[in-house]
Design a protein around this ligand. Sequence first.
Ligand SMILES: Cc1cc2nc3c(=O)[nH]c(=O)nc-3n(C[C@H](O)[C@H](O)[C@H](O)COP(=O)(O)OP(=O)(O)OC[C@H]3O[C@@H](n4cnc5c(N)ncnc54)[C@H](O)[C@@H]3O)c2cc1C
Length: 474
Amino acid sequence: MAEAVWVTHSAGVARAMAELLIEGQSHTDLHGCEITRFEKVQTSDQYVSETSQQNFVEIYDVLHPLQPKESPRDLRVSPFNVRQKELGAFFLESAGWERPHWFEANRGLLAELPAEWQAPERDEWSAMFSSPISAAEAWKTRTAVGLYDMTPLKRLAVNGPGAQDLLHRLSTGNITKKPGAVTYCLLLEHDGGIRSDVTVARLGEEDFQLGVNSNVDFDYLRVEARKQSAADPARWVHVSDITGSTCCIGLWGPLAREVIGKVSADDLSNDGLKYFRTKEISVGGIPVTAMRLSYVGELGWELYTTAEYGLGLWDLLYEAGQEQGIVAAGRGAFNSMRLEKGYRLWGTDMTSEHHPYQAGLGFSVAKDKAGFVGAEALAALKERQPDKILRCLTVDDGTSLVLGKEPVYVNGEAAGYVTSAAYGYSIRKPLAYAWLPASVSEGAAVELEYFGLRVAATVTAEPLFDPGMERLRG
Ligand SMILES: Cc1cc2nc3c(=O)[nH]c(=O)nc-3n(C[C@H](O)[C@H](O)[C@H](O)COP(=O)(O)OP(=O)(O)OC[C@H]3O[C@@H](n4cnc5c(N)ncnc54)[C@H](O)[C@@H]3O)c2cc1C
């Protein structure tokens, strides 16, 4: 059963429904309608009642893209929440989680911020839910070290004798590597569309930890695991959501190794733990799974532990890093730096409407791998020139910001749309990612529409920051 919310949706809803009935899959991304997208806490009567009442009031409002829910809030908080509040965190909400966007405690750094790191003043709309403090947090992360709360990123444990088979069948990656390997790869639809991107860490022969995007991924993997276990009990596999029982700190920046060296005797040198590798370490006696990854493109680790140790881990690292000028940093700085590195965000930058070669993610399809979901469609798509490509744009005047979802004009004609956008503190200009026809190549002049204004931008080679990966491998 399907029903459009507005007349404008009705023909599209009818088509998506027909495709689902006839082909088993819609060519329109429907993850926003997927019933399994809700976290458990979002299905209670209280939650539904409160959010519905807010929706009713806001139905005809123009909402800012970061406009938070007023209520219910504080449903899910990481173990670091108490310290984040002490540091004056400004929180926004996602999937029930409170996520710091910047810390007022870092306001004093603005007095020290070098002129080249200062961002231009924002217009009234883009200044909402944003702070100049994010510039200082990005500066400190790129030049010293930042502490990021990565707890809200959904994590799954996939265990059992059939774990490797399950992940091999559902993902584009070579996940059969020895324990200690971490693989970034994709889950595809049968037509080759990207249903999710995942980070697969092999902790043991039969034990994997996955970073995924949402409850939809959990449901998909769990259903597939049950099917596999039922079909062949010897290859049973169990998928569990460990997000709430664990936590994660991103310790990132050129001085990250100096900081962790003070509280851990484990070998975290380049050889001791290579890029995209994982191992168990001890940080001040706390058992930690360290993964050498960074969404902001700096030296460092994602440090995972179970929830009861979280606060202790935060305190140890924060104290150890004082000499190095460590800062707690929020999503304002994070989002800018991830875009400077060209790291895509599933659901925003790409969805099931896009395939890996359009989205610039061909590298995440293992060479010579066959037999995974979407492999046949992908083999055909690889031979074809993509019709559209996710492109990186920089804003020519160096100051005008867009926020995402704006139309992009090529030769005066609407040709695509912005996915993510931010001010790039390290590259000193605003940047945006946008879907554009493949014929629009690097160096092309385009225009972004922002509240009726046309903002000149240029299609640019990516990533804009550290294309040689020297900082990550440093
Ligand atoms: C009072 C009111 C005011 C609205 N105002 C606006 C507005 O100003 N702007 C706006 O954009 N939207 C408005 N809407 C919403 C909009 O009308 C709906 O979102 C849209 O019509 C939904 O389209 P649909 O194709 O999903 O369903 P429908 O338009 O409901 O079409 C479903 C069709 O299926 C038929 N049907 C049902 N069961 C069967 C069956 N078993 N066999 C055969 N046929 C069947 C029904 O008779 C109906 O013709 C309004 C809705 C209402 C009720």
